[in-house]
Design a protein around this ligand. Structure first.
Ligand code: DUT
Ligand code: MG
Length: 590
């Protein structure tokens, strides 16, 4: 099992194209969004007011002994603080709210997009990565709204309004206050650069951790069977170590930066006090101004300190967004479906000069021609990798053919509406996949139009009724993760019922090769025969009995049809089929 590591660079600048795309998702919540912008501005404007009032209270009322004026100012201050609290609350609430409603929309859109992608796309993309996109990347994206963009704009506005007020009150004192600003900017910049790199490392580590866990938990039986526990554990520890190192590094930067910023701020305040005190003593400066400047400085440095952090959050959100948008933009959809929706079909299938490749030009099927008449059974046989499963994947349009045509009742399958096409074709795949849900759900896959009676009828047809009724809870029996509480044979029976529940005209069956006990084997054989009855069937057969009963056998070798005929006629011919047959007899004897 190889682990494809995900490495992506931190990205240099904020990508405005991505922000514009994000804004597209804001559209439905324009009102709330603009309210949020308004609240942000309100907060920035309110911020410098408190020190201003305090200054007035001291200089114009306390200093002059004006009690009634002082009381008025105190009322004003209390009102202001209440207003600030309310605005702050609304701001925090709405920025979180917008983030969450938007990521819900994006997540739904992303999943909808995934549902429409071709299987080919999933063949080429690690599942762990898709899960990461759906969970952590989207989570990070929400921060763009809750902590990133709005907060940065708010901080900047606050810095500007405070600076404006400071200059308005006393420009000389303001210049003294700002003397430490360059130091602050430099240290903030250094911190921002350092933390950006470590954040990126952390994110990559998380993605790798997700992929690793996803693969190794799914493949746990392989890990254990081949005694790989120790090796895999070492690998896991290594990935975890990377994660930890990256995290600790970011903690280190934080732990250094904040005290440094604190010291720079303290120096600034010290300078203000020193310069201001000289002014106050010389009667050039009112004491209230000095006090308010100390408060302004604190208000001023706080957003500067935060801005580095927030800028990173924003940048991470933008990187995550761009990865999500990239996924959303991938256009590997199933090609246009047609609009043909017949109620019933006959079930003639014809393949004409079909060529197919999973990857560019590496044909796994070459010039395939055959026809199945309504109600007939065709068996596909051939060595492993010959292309049998590929053929049936093409008929239900899981993959698109490169050249040629596949026709059902004389109509190209590309002209059918996809849902209708698949409704008329019942497919039983080689590997049975069950969801951790009830048997009923696993058969209907959540389609509410299928009644329990219909399910039981289909179960009766394939001879699975007794076994289902014997389970505790019957149809409501909960199949645990991937059907682990059922035997291989039972799982197959469920997949038969699943294929039969729509009563399709065409049956496509990829016989599982896994062996089951004789009793189940008989049950399954009977089921298969019952299913094939009256249906056009294409069967990838491993059971001799299924093969013998087929109207026609198509023998595949390396993607080409090498022989066709019935069991007897092919044996008579003594060609490749005879060879295969003898080999199979030999393995059966073992
Ligand atoms: N192949 C791919 N990608 C896939 C599936 C198969 O490249 O997703 C290749 C492997 C093989 C060829 O296509 O060389 C045919 O595979 P197929 O699954 O059709 O073989 P099979 O005849 O069904 O083999 P088996 O009897 O092992 O199921
Ligand atoms: Mg196969």
């Amino acid at each position: 099992m190889s682990l494809e590591k995900e490495k992506e660079s931190a990205g240099e600048i904020i990508d405005f194209k991505v922000l514009r795309q994000l804004y597209g998702f804001v559209q439905p919540y324009r009102f709330q969004f603009y309210s949020l912008v308004f609240l942000t501005i309100a907060l920035a404007v309110l911020a410098p007011m408190r020190p201003y009032f305090i200054q007035i209270a001291i200089d114009e009322h306390v200093a002059l002994g004006d009690m009634s004026g002082l009381i008025n100012i105190v009322y004003l201050l209390i009102g202001l603080m209440i207003l600030q609290a309310v605005v702050q609350w609304a701001h925090t609430y709405y920025s979180g709210w917008i983030g969450q409603v938007i990521i819900k929309d994006i997540r739904v859109k992303l999943y909808k997009h995934l549902l429409k992608l071709r299987l080919k796309f999933f063949d080429n993309t690690p599942i762990g990565r898709l899960v990461t996109r759906n969970i952590s990347d989207i989570e990070t994206l929400a921060d763009v709204f809750s902590e990133g963009l709005a907060a940065i704009i708010g901080d900047l506005l606050q810095i500007i309004t405070i600076l404006g007020v400071m200059f308005y009150i006393d420009w000389k004192l303001t210049l003294v206050s700002l003397s430490t600003l360059p130091l602050m900017i430099i240290s903030t910049y250094v911190f921002k650069e350092k933390i950006k790199v470590t954040f990126n490392d952390v994110r990559n580590a998380v993605s790798n951790l997700n992929s690793f866990l996803q693969e190794h938990i799914t493949g746990m039986n392989i890990v254990q069977i081949f005694n790989r526990e120790k090796r895999e554990f070492e690998k896991f520890k290594e990935i975890n170590r990377e994660h930890r190192t990256a995290h600790i590094r970011s903690v280190l930067y934080y732990s250094v930066y904040f005290p440094v910023a604190e010291i720079i701020q303290a120096i600034g305040i010290g300078l203000v006090v020193w310069y201001g005190a000289v002014g106050v003593l010389g009667m050039e400066l009112q004491i209230g101004i000095l006090i308010s400047f100390i408060m302004y400085l604190q208000l001023f440095f706080r957003p500067i300190r935060m801005i580095a952090d927030r800028f990173n959050t924003l940048q991470m959100g933008v990187v995550s967004s761009s990865r999500i948008f990239k996924l959303l933009a991938s256009s590997e959809h199933i090609a246009n479906e047609g609009s043909f929706k017949p109620e019933k079909i006959h079930g003639n299938i014809r393949l004409e000069n079909v060529w197919f490749a999973y990857t560019e030009e590496e044909y796994v099927l070459k010039n395939i021609n055959f026809e199945v008449q309504k109600g007939q059974t065709i068996a596909l046989v051939g060595a492993t990798g010959a292309g049998k499963s590929s053929i049936i994947n093409l008929i239900s349009r899981f993959y698109e053919i490169n050249k040629g045509q596949i026709l059902i009742d004389g109509t190209d399958i590309r002209e059918f509406e996809l849902g209708i096409l698949r409704k008329h074709i019942g497919v039983v795949l080689q590997d049975v996949f069950l969801f951790s849900n009830s048997i009923y759900y696993n058969i209907t896959l959540g389609n509410p139009n299928i009644t329990r009676e219909q399910v039981m009828e289909a179960a009766e047809l394939v001879g699975a009724r007794k076994f289902i009724e014997r389970l505790p809870g019957g149809l409501d029996y909960n199949v645990m993760e991937r059907g682990s509480t059922l035997s291989v044979g039972q799982r197959q029976l469920i997949s038969f019922v699943r294929a039969m529940v729509y009563n399709p005209e065409i049956l496509i069956l990829d016989e599982a090769t896994s062996s089951v006990d004789t009793e189940t084997e008989e049950l399954i054989q009977e089921s298969i025969e019952k299913m094939m009855k009256g249906r056009t069937s294409i069967v990838i057969a491993h059971r001799l009995s299924t093969i013998q009963k087929a109207d026609q056998i198509i023998v595949l070798h390396k993607g080409e049809i090498v022989e066709t005929g019935t069991h007897d006629s092919l044996l008579e011919k003594g060609g490749y089929y005879t060879q295969l047959h003898q080999m199979q007899l030999k393995t059966m004897a073992i």
